[in-house]
Design a protein around this ligand. Structure first.
Ligand code: MRU
Length: 348
């Protein structure tokens, strides 16, 4: 039986007028799709993690730009160009760490500017090419996730225990997933893989999203709090760790969801292989090492209030809430992209 997903978490409506996203903030309670075509609501959807996961926000921004500009297609070419560049810059500021967001938007910008090198372009022509480019970004992501998952599958054997952090499954990409992709292929191949999902404080992507999607597709998943990772490794339940990534520096340092770096250190200490899985579009040539990566800081209420019925911290307490951390390359056994499995030392 071939695994198929009933929907993509990020898509475009058949008449090209709406960005369609599964609202991930409502999971696991409800699967609600939002249809958006307004700049503020698309910015907000990315900022508030209604759509999240590095590849998914890149695709959402590319489609988002198209549907926003589709509403402005009566503008003359010069004004259309100015507005397009404004929207690109605004959407690009919504989340700073996942390079896929700026990678997708810079690709859209390059497309528009290259078309404008020719005289007598019309707004309709520009828009048509923008839609083609956004669709290509998504189609390539589907392909890349397939290859990453195939490479990851070569590391799995029936009965293995896989620990994962945050959500790098089909909800976080176009289809299939990166870190969870091999697990889905293993399910198809009849392996009985056990997944341990870190709940991933403070926004609980592990419990709300990873546990949700794996259960939905019949995969054996056990939810643990982040501080239980050492215990399950110590018990011998974990054979391998798979996580996604938001940005990879040239030396192989990786930014991913806060908590990833500590997991890598524990895994190395215990002799458990630790792999990062992500598309090569996550590699940032402008970052020599992890220190060059900007880490997104998010509001304190996400730690103190957001996931609770009432505040779980004294009013006014100082809070530090970085959304990502840097896993140093020497703690990463391998980095899997659609091009293959790379081993330390890395030189991208
Ligand atoms: O803040 P989020 O939920 O967007 O963070 C997501 C992650 O850290 C994922 O591991 C990463 O984006 C890879 S998704 C394939």
């Amino acid at each position: 039986m071939e695994l198929s997903f009933p929907y993509d978490s990020v898509d475009i409506s058949s008449d090209n007028s709406l960005l369609v996203i599964l609202d991930q903030t409502q999971l696991p309670a409800k699967e609600v799709f939002l249809q958006l075509n307004e700049e503020n609501e698309i910015f907000d959807a990315i900022y508030t993690l209604k759509v999240r996961g590095a590849p998914a926000i890149g695709i959402a921004a590319a489609f988002g730009l198209c549907v926003i500009m589709n509403r402005e297609k009566s503008l003359n070419v010069n004004s259309f160009k100015t507005r397009t560049l404004e929207v690109i810059s605004r959407l690009n500021s919504s989340r700073p760490t996942a390079v896929n967001l700026s990678w997708a938007l810079m690709r859209m910008k390059k497309k528009v500017l290259s078309l404008l090198e020719f005289p007598d372009r019309t707004t309709d022509e520009l828009l048509k090419c923008m839609f083609e480019e956004a669709n290509a970004i998504k189609a390539e992501d589907v392909e890349m996730c397939g290859s990453i998952s195939e490479y990851g599958l070569t590391l799995l054997k029936p009965g293995m225990g896989v620990l994962t952090h945050c959500n790098a499954g089909h909800l976080a990409v176009s289809r299939l997933g990166t870190a969870l992709g091999p697990v889905y292929l293993a399910k198809d191949a009849g392996y009985n893989i056990r997944v341990y999902a870190d709940e991933t404080r403070p926004l609980l992507q592990g419990s709300r999203l990873t546990a949700f999607e794996l259960m939905k597709y019949g995969i054996d998943v056990t939810l643990i709090c982040d501080n239980m990772a050492y215990s399950v490794m110590d018990k011998g339940w974990i054979d391998i760790v798979f996580t996604g990534c938001d940005r990879i520096a040239k030396n192989g340092d990786v930014a991913n969801k806060i908590g990833t770096a500590g997991l890598a250190v524990i895994a190395k200490n215990m002799g458990i292989p630790f792999y990062i899985l992500g598309p090569s579009s996550s590699i940032d040539d402008n970052c020599i090492c992890g220190d060059d990566i900007i880490i997104e800081e998010r509001p304190s209420y996400e730690v103190t209030d957001l996931m609770f019925k009432s505040s779980v911290a004294p009013r006014g307490v100082k809070v530090y809430n970085p959304a990502f951390d840097i896993t140093r390359s020497e703690n990463i056994t391998g980095i899997i992209t659609e091009k293959g499995i790379y081993k330390y030392p890395y030189n991208f």
